[in-house]
Design a protein. Structure first.
Length: 172
């Protein structure tokens, strides 16, 4: 399991998801911001490069279904910090050098209760694909219902147990 915790602040919760990657921050940054690379690992496509602040659209992909969601890049400090809204959610990606690689910390803040473990499982699968992409493998994103074929339900259950052990209030 990937290191993950939850923080709660009133009606909002933040998933703190940490993954050690074998590539340096500059390479990870490109995978987080370049629309072509994002399309290969993220749950969405991006209408433009995310390396500069301003409005954009991130489109959720689930098979043939596409759901455009308004987004705004608030901070883009290459290659260490990327922060944007995605609908009502806030995503903050922090990149720190770690040996020859990168310590990636995602802080995903949301108001939607009861989905914390689902979100963690989804980002877990995305990070697995991201790691393979960075290693030069020809991979495709695992999105939507297709995630069930890649162990999403088991991951969700494990994250739910992890969050319960951490003592966080869990709403199912």
């Amino acid at each position: 399991m990937t290191e993950a915790t939850l923080e709660r602040d009133g009606d909002r919760w933040t998933l703190i998801f940490i993954r050690e990657l074998r590539k340096p921050p500059e390479q990870v940054w490109s995978a987080l911001t370049d629309p072509e690379r994002l399309d290969r690992w993220a749950p969405f496509t991006a209408a433009r490069d995310l390396a500069t602040p301003g409005p954009t659209t991130l489109t959720m992909v689930d098979g043939d279904e596409r759901t455009p969601i308004a987004a705004t890049v608030h901070r883009a400090e290459r290659p260490r910090l990327l922060e944007y809204t995605w609908g009502d959610d806030l995503l903050r990606w922090e990149l720190e050098p770690s040996g020859d690689g990168t310590r990636l910390t995602l802080r995903h803040t949301s108001r939607e209760a009861g989905i914390e473990a689902m979100v963690a499982a989804g980002w877990h699968l995305c990070a697995d694909v991201l790691e393979r992409l960075l290693d030069g493998e020809a991979v495709e994103a695992i999105r939507g219902d297709a995630a069930r074929e890649h162990g999403w339900e088991q991951l969700r259950d494990e994250y739910e147990k992890m969050f319960l052990r951490q003592g966080d209030a869990w709403t199912s």
